[in-house]
Ligand binder design. Sequence first.
Ligand code: UT7
Length: 331
Amino acid sequence: MANLVRAKISALGTYVPPRLLTNADLEKMVETSNEWIIERTGIRQRHIVDKGMATSDLAIEAAKSALQERGIPGSKIEAIFLGTVTPDMLFPATACIVQDKIGAAGAWGYDISAACSGFVYALQTAVKFVESGAHKRVLAIGADVMSSIINYQDRATCIIFGDGAGAVVVEPATDGNYMIDFIHEIDGSGACSLYMPGGGSRNPSSHETVDKKMHYVHQDGQAVFKYAVRKMTETSETILKRNGFTGKDVALFVPHQANRRIIMSAAERLGLKEDRIVINIDEYGNTTAGTIPLAMQTARQQGRLKKGDLVLIASVGAGFTVGAALMRWAC
Ligand code: UT7
């Protein structure tokens, strides 16, 4: 029997910390140059937290902003799904901290560890709970403080990442503007292409793990790059095709912001011109689970996201995790 309930994004809120880390700042920290970073990644600056600020602090601001836009208090939220790889602590879940601070009494939820696909996975989870009829108002959040796990002596990783968060309210659709479809894949054969080896049950934190810098992000940049271009393209093509669309129908492509060259390679293969792609990596760097809501916000601020627009989002992250979604923009 057809599922009659469809779900939509009814509000969007984002937050980045005010402090900037520019390419000029990084030139003083590692052997790199503004020109290399811009040419190889498209990044000019990132926002990073001041000491003491954690992922929940960013997520709470983003969630409050989404609630304010929707005009509802936190008490109306029934569940919170939060994508992050930089939780405040290993446990409890950062979703619990957010629940308390936004006054979502009676809500439940959990964190989702899907790295750069964290927001897409959280959104899918929120959408499914609304489509099933279990909930009417759910928060999907993507938030990361990547600066807490970056080695600022490693030029291969420290130039890429920034901190940021985005949150959306998901609720039942009332017209033709709703979440159309999702695709997800995980591929653990790439687990060691991008990972943080220390601090988990395999290598519990110790003086040795810290001495070996295992508490930082380690990355095989080229392997991630190739996988990201291939999978972003493949999943985008599949989700469009199985819903009767082609690249020409897409009003806006909102990709995970990992590297400008990854985005442009995928977009070219999909036949999408620059005027239909959102890129804000120059301003924020790669904020992991925060990139897609932050990019949606940029598109709105630029007047490029209107009700009814066909929007394609796509992500590839550590794991590997892959996600894509298709929607008619609804707010
Ligand atoms: O959300 C998922 C997160 N991660 C990603 O998406 C990462 C995907 N990968 C990438 O974005 C790129 O692979 C990087 C930006 C990480 C690196 O760019 P690349 O064009 O693949 O550079 P490369 O690793 O092939 O290195 C080329 C050269 C090397 O020097 P030699 O061996 O040719 O002399 C590197 O040592 O560039 C050097 N290099 C740098 N030079 C200046 C690497 N990092 C830097 C740097 N500044 N920051």
